[in-house]
Design a protein around this ligand. Sequence first.
Ligand SMILES: Nc1nc2c(c(=O)[nH]1)N[C@H]1C(S)=C(S)[C@@H](COP(=O)(O)O)O[C@H]1N2
Ligand SMILES: [Mo]
Length: 255
Amino acid sequence: MPDLPPDHTRRRLIATIGASGAGLLAGCDRVNASPTMRSFLSLGEDASYRAHRLIGGKALATEFDASQVSPLFRPNGATMPQSPQYQRHLASGFAKWRLRVDGLVRRTLDLSLDAIRSLPQRTQITRHDCVEGWSAIGQWTGPQLSHLLRAAQLSDQARYIVFYCADEEGGRPYYESIDLNDAYHPQTILAHRLNGRPLPVMNGAPVRLRVERQLGYKHAKFVMRIEARARLDDLFGGKGGMWEDRSGYQWYAGI
Ligand SMILES: Nc1nc2c(c(=O)[nH]1)N[C@H]1C(S)=C(S)[C@@H](COP(=O)(O)O)O[C@H]1N2
Ligand SMILES: [Mo]
């Protein structure tokens, strides 16, 4: 699948988010320079994380054929965030919803759904594996997270990308986080379409993360805000995600 947009799309992207072309189109050298192996908590001890990083940070998850797409992409976990704010956005077709990208960035972004739709898009057919013992194959479309991060221009201290969701668990938002290696991975996208249609609410509308080399709970739905951070141990329960905090799930959920 093509990663680079044709020139007119690029120009529109630059116009849309008002970033400099140099910043947007620069490579991701700084990712390779980032000390992801100097890890957080027990990550250095995690065999799956170590193995993945040794095999190569850019290994691709398997992509499938259109004929293999599951008839229904089964929803799991939260299927309808209850907050009045989310309900208002849903009622108005997310017309005034904005995805905020902030934290350790040089420019904060507030992206409308239209802006997200007009970025260069990637479509991929992948298998989602939930720890609860089910899988589904779906076709996802959305911009690569790397495009947003380049537009926001991460500062040198940024090590992790955190996703804050609209649904809450015990007074805290569902949240998840990934390292920069996964954040800049070509298959890491913010999906706003599933199987050729707008993303259904139950599957995470208006946008949800696809981070294809990890298990289902990492794929944050109903993403409201993306934050670049230097550390995770000072956020909520300190383990980098709602399930990690609450039930001791692995932070690196490599498949
Ligand atoms: N915001 C949010 N994201 C979430 C969840 C959730 O409850 N809330 N559940 C996770 C789990 S455990 C899985 S398996 C997938 C399910 O995605 P689906 O509903 O599209 O099947 O979303 C993940 N992302
Ligand atoms: Mo899951």
